[in-house]
Design a protein. Structure first.
Length: 351
């Protein structure tokens, strides 16, 4: 049996890649690391460049396998494909299209349509019960978000892009904050007020704005932002829960730095050992089972109970940090659940 793990580069692996690879190899599978940005087609038969894993390695370091010469691997010669990274933005549209087409013939751990459409903060309203998510607004119009912020003068808010990860561009907005206007303008693309915009008579200006909303000298510039009520429970730290085939399988806590409101590991947060109580397990597995309806079988869920802060589908770190925090490697359980799920849902010659 052959598993193809698609990662950004075969010589610089993500934190889950090695643990997952070693676990599948312990179950007797052949594992290949393939580059997601190198996908190509030979008469509509899809392949990528990669290396067969010969030994173990450490996350985010060059592994012994990745030092070998890249070879070509066809998707239809693999029984299972795990897209464990997102394609670069310059080729993303083509890569997603080819991956979806390939997925019509080969099993993927996480469905391509699920990765494309549900790996976003917009999806929280669909995936998470109302009582377990913070109230939020989404818009690419700075004035709408600014008006909503001003309507609740005593409320703390968080502003962030809907499709960024690792805590990038996440801002804490206090009541009457002096930089709120600037932050919201920045997050929504600074679509108005460009330097060099020619002043127009009022009537003509209104006509231009009505005809070309949020267009500047360089064209349409608006970007979406989320304005979300700040949840005090976050100050106590968040928990990352890895849910596999609907089961909470590994977890760790995240302790934020004293000088930062974010607890993301990428932003200096520290992985710490934690326990999950029954309510946290039930909530995480409820979301995991909902995601399985859309072909998502491996996900990282961030909890500040009773709230869900994030649902991470594309390369959700957590296995390695959970092992560091607890001393327990749960990757064999991950592989067991994935293999069992696909053996039940696919014919023997597929998996």
């Amino acid at each position: 049996m052959r598993l193809l793990i698609l990662t950004s580069r075969a010589d610089c692996l993500g934190e889950n890649d090695v643990l997952i690879s070693n676990a599948f190899r312990r179950f007797g599978w052949e594992v290949i690391f393939g580059e997601i940005n190198a996908i190509a087609a030979d008469d509509y038969r899809y392949f990528t460049q990669g290396v067969t894993v010969q030994g173990s390695g450490e996350p985010r370091h060059v592994s012994s396998a990745a030092q070998e010469t890249l070879s070509v691997y066809f998707f239809d010669e693999c029984q299972l494909i795990w897209a464990n990274s997102e394609p670069h933005s310059s080729v993303a549209r083509d890569v997603w299209q080819m991956l979806w087409l390939a997925s019509q013939h080969t099993a993927f751990v996480n469905s391509i349509e699920g990765m494309m459409l549900l790996n976003t903060k917009h999806a929280l309203g669909y995936l998470v019960p109302k009582n377990n998510r913070a109230y939020s607004y989404a818009s690419n119009d700075f004035s709408l978000l600014s008006d909503r912020y001003q309507q609740s003068p005593d409320q703390w808010w968080v502003a962030k892009p809907p499709n960024a990860s690792c805590g990038q561009n996440v801002f804490l907005l206090p009541p009457n904050g002096p930089n709120v206007r600037t932050i919201l303008q920045c997050l929504t693309g600074n679509a108005f007020g460009e330097i060099g915009f020619r002043p127009l008579p009022e009537q003509e200006f209104r006509t231009v704005i009505q005809r070309q909303p949020r267009h500047g000298l360089s064209g349409f510039k608006a970007e979406y932002a989320i304005l979300q009520q700040f949840i005090p429970e976050v100050a106590q730290g968040e928990k990352r829960v890895i849910v596999v085939c609907g089961q909470a399988t590994a977890w760790h806590g995240r302790k934020r730095r004293a000088d930062d409101h974010r607890s993301n590991i990428a932003q200096g947060g520290k992985a710490i050992p934690v326990d999950l109580h029954s309510g946290e397990i039930e909530l995480a597995e409820l979301i995991g089972q909902k995601l399985m309806e859309h072909g998502i079988n491996f996900v990282g869920i961030d909890l500040a109970y009773p709230y869900v802060m994030e649902v991470n589908i594309a390369d959700p770190g957590g296995l390695y940090d959970a092992q560091l925090a607890s001393g327990i490697d749960r990757s064999d359980k991950v592989a067991e659940l994935i293999i069992d799920h696909f053996q039940k849902s696919h014919s023997p010659n597929e998996v």
